[in-house]
Design a protein around this ligand. Structure first.
Ligand code: ZN
Length: 396
């Protein structure tokens, strides 16, 4: 048994190396499609159907399920894109140092792509029919907001009970059970230009107005309620000696509960409907991009199942509330019980020193496979198969 697992570990790392060494930044279609082609052929060789959803300017999205699957209840979402530009893989290719692997996207989320494939492989090898209860969506634009794949994710989500999102686990192996929702707004202020030397009193400064608005907008922040507002970008004016005729601000809003967005938007509108500098005009545009990922009765049940399996695998799985958004927001918003952070352990995502903790790869793969198995068989009288636990016993 030990030999089989070690063999698998080598296979996993080999595939990971291949994937990491292909640049697949969100805007690099060719690279993403190359990653997709490798994964496609892996899944096909296992007997899975791979449906390619072609895109002109972005990487193709893939939907994968077994031909014998009938109304699968579990969906897995993983992304093939990274945040790194073309040339990064050549500059700093996949590298192993002790228990750590490095390279662009190694843990966000190429190790997860490997993990999902091997979880399916493991289920098939142990003749656990749970592999027929899964539909996998591999998208190409998660790092830039999933604008082109959201509809597909929601389509796959139809009729699903559980969504497992395989972003990296927390450093201590935690799973992500809640995420904030994110909204973006653009504020444009039109002022009245004037020469600041000779006609100062005739001007109406758009910059001064946006400064007032910035202070008021920041006051919407309420840490206790988990609401934050950040005017993160400002530009305006034409020259130092001109009263600014125009100014713009970009605002990032985070919320914890979906219902909070209405009140926040109302406040933004209120603040922006009443210019402090009379004679300036304000326009606001924007919306909620990703709803918050929330806990529900059903997701609590899912969390407990994952934690229980973790215990059996000898790992303590804590819950984490992450501020950043993921595709779990979409599935959660649809009412699907969602857990994120099901991928391997690592850190420093989006940075040059991003790393994967190699020993977590087989453990998290076992966790994923066993979770799928448990979700599939929990309402039947079949005895729970514990075959996957062998993986953990042999990696030490
Ligand atoms: Zn990611």
């Amino acid at each position: 048994m030990s030999e089989r697992v070690n063999e698998k570990m080598e296979e996993m790392l080999e595939l990971l190396e291949n994937l990491v060494n292909i640049d697949s930044g969100s805007y690099f279609k060719q690279g993403i499609d190359q990653v997709g082609a490798i994964l496609s052929s892996e899944y096909k060789s296992l007997g899975f159907d791979v449906h390619v959803h072609p895109q002109e300017n972005r990487g193709n999205n893939l939907v994968i399920r077994h031909p014998d699957a009938v109304a699968p209840k579990v969906m897995i979402a993983a992304h093939m894109d990274t945040v790194f530009p073309i040339g990064t893989a050549k500059q700093r290719p996949f590298r192993v140092d002790g228990n750590y692997a490095y390279g662009p996207g190694v843990v966000d989320m190429k190790a997860s792509l490997v993990s999902v494939l091997f979880a399916m492989k493991t289920l098939m090898e142990s003749q656990d029919e749970a592999y027929k209860n899964v539909e996998i969506v591999l998208n190409s634009d998660e790092e830039i907001g999933s604008r082109h794949s959201r509809t597909l994710i929601e389509e796959v989500g139809k009729g699903k009970e559980f969504a497992l999102i395989v972003e990296a686990a927390g450093k201590n192996g935690s799973i992500v059970t809640q995420r904030k929702g994110g909204a973006r707004y653009k504020i444009k202020v039109k002022g009245v230009p004037a020469h600041s030397g000779s006609d100062h009193e005739k001007g109406r400064s758009a910059i001064e107005e946006i400064a007032h608005k910035t202070i008021k907008l920041h006051k919407i922040t309420d840490y206790d309620k988990g609401i934050t507002v950040n005017v993160g970008l400002i530009k305006g004016g034409t020259s130092a000696n001109t009263i600014a005729p125009i100014a713009e601000a970009e605002v990032d809003v985070r919320i914890t509960k979906l219902e909070q967005i209405k009140a926040v938007e109302q406040k933004i509108q209120e603040i922006c409907s009443d210019p402090t500098i009379k004679g300036t005009k304000i326009e606001v545009a924007g919306q909620l991009n990703r709803p918050p990922m929330v806990k529900t009765e059903k997701s609590n049940q899912l969390i407990r199942i994952v934690q229980e399996i973790g215990k059996e695998l000898g790992i303590k799985i804590k819950e984490e509330f992450r501020g950043g958004c993921s595709d779990g927001s979409f599935t959660s918003c649809m009412g699907i019980a969602t857990v994120d952070g099901m991928g391997p352990i690592g850190g420093n995502g989006h940075r040059d020193d991003e790393y994967l903790e190699i020993s977590s790869l087989p453990v998290r793969t076992a966790l994923l496979a066993e979770t799928i198995s448990r979700l599939t068989h929990m309402n039947t009288n079949e005895p729970i198969k514990r075959h996957l636990l062998n993986i953990k016993d042999t990696i030490g």
